[in-house]
Design a protein around this ligand. Structure first.
Ligand SMILES: C[S@@+](CC[C@H](N)C(=O)[O-])C[C@H]1O[C@@H](n2cnc3c(N)ncnc32)[C@H](O)[C@@H]1O
Length: 308
């Protein structure tokens, strides 16, 4: 079961035309998608995308016959070409709910959870890309340290990277729990009592394996081009690295001019494409966090495509 995060708030912002067209770029368990179905009329067109074929299959089976919906297995970094292939020119709303779904964490064989024994995989799209095994067993200490530090914001990144290199010099590191044990042994005892010592390293590996930040940077400008005037882009992020990308993109796109402040005349020709609707991100209520701990760090940012 995957509980959709900031459900009512997201749908309230996203849907501006009951007969419009909407893209859910991260179908997951279909929670937000079901809400879009319920809140739109018979002429609406609803597109659900996910890079994980299991998510597509599960939601399709649960929904049964829904003539307004189209399901597409794909990466949202290819959003523009996906919509062109499906002969969809402009849409009224785009939703991006980042990260993994509860299904990923529950399906132990996917290797996302540091509590469950599995091969080191962590690919959301099991048909593409390098698995976590490749990174853990083949990358240099320097590169391991870099991603654990940057994507995991892990202060013991160096110790962990060196611990991994030492362990794999005997034999390849095969499973999630083998890696957890190596991390446990690499960090100080006080840190082990403070937090789960593998949490940040697993986050870093997952972000790198799935190229999560690159995909986010690539989809945002495409989303702006695809929205109809007045259409809305809703992005739910779960950590500061993602949120910063969304926030800075929105600010950049909402500016009428990008020239230096001291320059007397504008020469940049930049035209604002977005109007920011959430000056501060929308965060979950204490009640939502109590019901769904995954919502704890969620932030929703919404922007509207400017009228021409
Ligand atoms: C947090 S879940 C979405 C949950 C969904 N909103 C719901 O209410 O059930 C994120 C989903 O997005 C998918 N995903 C993540 N990055 C993606 C990408 N770049 N392209 C396509 N799907 C992606 C994951 O496979 C996962 O199923």
């Amino acid at each position: 079961m995957h509980l959709p995060v900031l459900y009512a708030e997201t749908l309230e912002y996203l849907i501006t035309d009951h007969q419009g067209s909407y893209v859910d770029c991260t179908l997951g368990g279909g929670g937000h998608f079901r809400g879009i179905i319920q809140r739109t009329g018979s002429e609406a067109l609803l597109i659900g995308i996910d890079q994980d074929p299991a998510a597509i299959q599960r939601v399709q089976e649960q929904l049964g016959e829904e003539l307004r919906a189209r399901f597409i297995k794909g990466n949202f970094r290819d959003l523009e070409s996906i919509l062109i292939r499906n002969e969809i020119a402009g849409v009224n709303g785009i939703l991006i709910d980042l990260g993994v779904s509860s299904f990923h964490l529950d399906e132990e064989e996917r290797g996302f959870s540091y509590h469950k024994e599995a091969l080191l995989d962590m690919r959301m799209d099991p048909e593409n890309g390098n698995s976590a095994w490749e990174i853990v067993n083949k990358w240099s200490v320097k590169d391991l340290q870099r991603i654990i530090h940057t994507y995991g914001e892990e202060r013991f990144a160096g110790k962990i990277a060196r611990g991994i290199a030492k362990a794999r010099s005997d034999a390849p590191i095969q499973t999630t729990l083998d890696l957890v044990e190596i991390i446990r042994q690499s960090v100080p005892a006080a840190y082990r009592r403070e937090t789960h010592p593998a949490r940040r390293t697993f986050q870093a590996l997952r972000i790198e394996v799935n190229q999560e930040l690159e995909a986010l940077k690539e989809v945002l400008p495409q989303a702006v081009r695809l929205l109809k005037p007045g259409g809305r882009l809703c992005v739910i992020s779960f950590h500061s690295l993602e949120d910063r990308i969304v926030k800075e993109f929105f600010i950049h796109e909402a500016k009428e001019c990008l020239c230096p402040a001291k320059q007397p005349i504008c020469t940049c020709d930049h035209v604002a494409g977005l109007k920011i609707l959430t000056k501060k991100p929308v965060v979950p209520s204490p009640e939502e966090v109590a019901d769904n701990s995954r919502a704890r760090s969620a932030k929703l940012r919404v922007a509207e495509k400017k009228m021409c």
